[in-house]
Design a protein around this ligand. Sequence first.
Ligand code: BGC
Length: 754
Amino acid sequence: MNTATIVCPLVASVVSLSLAAAPTPDQRALDLLQRMTLEEKVGQLVQFSDGMATGPDRVKVDQAALLPKGGIGSLLNAVGAHKTNALQKIAVEQSRLGVPLLFGLDVIHGYRTTFPVPLGLSAAWDPSLIERTARVAAAEAAAGGIRWTFAPMVDIARDPRWGRIMEGSGEDPYLGSALAVAAVRGYQGGIGTANLAQPTSILACAKHFVAYGGAEGGRDYNTVDISERVLRDVYLPPFKAATDAGVVTFMSAFNALNGVPTSAYRHTLTGILRDEWKFDGFVVSDWTSITELIPHGIALDDRTAAFKGFASGVDMDMQANLYAAELPGLVRAGKVSEQAVDASVRRILRAKFELGLFENPYVNADAEAAAMLKPEYIALAREAAEQSFVLLKNDATSGGKPVLPLAANARIALIGPLADDAEEMLGGWSCQGKKEDVVTLRASLAERFGTAFTYAKGTAITGDSREGFAAALDAAKNADVVIMALGESRHMSGEAASRTRLDLPGNQLDLLKEVSKLGKPVVLVAFSGRPLTIPWEAANVPAILMAWYPGLQAGPALTRVLTGDAAPSGKLTATMPRAVGQVPLYYNHLKTGRPVPGPDDEKKDEGYKFLSRYVDEDGSPLYPFGHGLTYTTFTYAATKASTKELSVNALRNGAAIEVESTITNTGSRSGTEIAQLYIRQRGTSVARPVRELKGFEKFTLEPGQSRTVKFKLTAAELAFWNIDMQLAVEACELTVWVAPSSITGTPTKIMITE
Ligand code: BGC
């Protein structure tokens, strides 16, 4: 399509206006708004999934009839330049005011170039990596006409039963905030809205507002009941950070929070988001979450549901068709003011102007294919995958050397249902990722090891057939090292994919046990969208690498890391429990009055019964937050602080505590380390977590090389929601650690005085 010849009716008036005074996107939105009928305004608040029936009764809305009337402001799931251009042509050329459509899509970890799933990406602890992958995803999506992604998901998740833990950055609000900002920058082309008009920029969406990750029992969509303090200390920070980075859209959530469905919670949607944080973008509901106010029980009919959603602060109705059906009537009946509708429409139109959609409503379909899978994108996908892997353990074999990296001349047997399944490597929410683009571990290892390589599938991901066991054992018998590619199916995490068991599904553990009996060194490469419970594996398998779902470069990235061409460097962003019964288990918990002495305590555990513990399982994690090894070793010198004492007033006036540690590569290989800064506050008005992450730094050291990492603690890092529900710094005993994980490091203390 030759986009230059298409004239959008609105452009003419806008151009004449801009010659006079160069109006801002907001002024243009206001100007346009004044010429719209109520129905046209409401149309901007309506989003449908292209061609799809809506609601629990699967009502077929006549989208084709609504579009030329300006009755739809946004479509999701319309994919590809031909499709989006054709739909856009109707909106632009046939509707009275020619307002372009905004096309949205779940571009979660890549559009066509599939990167690791977000939980895996987060394990790289690398904001710049997140920003670069989001930038690539944006460029590919925009080439097909998508100018809005429903990402990043910034929900804190403390419960790995919840399948959507895969879509976020794990359990920590500090890391989650840093990565949220990076993703927003990547999609939107920088901080704020300045670069939105670039054809490779798309709107980001902070979702799901809010506390969706706190679902009881890990059951998706489920009730969340948490204190306002936990909401503010734990769940809100990544959303606040995204707001400060200029994210243009928010998505409300499915869950009820403290009794109120979050798609109709005025306290969070308006009180916090708009009044406290001054968010001036727009809020879209989650998929039919406005209709779902009825089963939630806070509305008996469509009209009330539409009213409650809109009046609470949801600007756009995704897929429920309730704003379209009910808002005009609610305005005419005086229940909703037209000014309120105007305010929502203005936000949406402003975003469309900021994106340059009025000037460039179409994309060049001829350029679409060439915008995908560029060599540098594939290289980035490999880099991202390499950085996402977490080496949980790597014991020495009988020869004294660690199992990994693999020796160049080793005979390798690769066994397992995830060794050669291209589609599985894409993970959930794989957008336009295609299995043809994936290189599997089997393909890469075969290329690398040639005739010294054998493969057997062994078993399926689920099911109990042992048919493949014999061939797998045969393959293992002739090998020096056995690599077991085991784990979950990609459909076992993501939306509506909660689990009650977090172990290897099917009979994969049986296969692993059989293979282990041969006495060969075994490497478990575990694929999953969540932390798994793998106590037997941790006790019996010498090397374990968490691979998550690595994306289209799964094979090359894993092969490079297994052979030592690259070294693993990721660290866990979600705690790995020993048993499901421990869940929720997270590093930044409170201490209780009867704590079991932990690694930070001088007192040792003497087995006294009446402590906060289980009678049948150790309470500690199998692998803690922040844990991850590499092929070299690092030592941390004792943590040092610039002062032993500082007053609250000094902190309020801008003083900082400098904290540092010198880290040395004490091994014989180059290696990348992620140093973590933790704090603990005691003597405060409310109980504070045993540790909280307040900084991190990732760096590479050659053997023998040292680096002093320095962090600053200011009022911003030390403030918390106190007994009066004020965000404040309090006098306290402050303990700080610079450490390689959330349970290690040597502490130092500072008194924060009145
Ligand atoms: C999910 C959202 C997603 C939306 C649109 C919903 O079911 O909860 O995360 O963005 O669908 O596909």
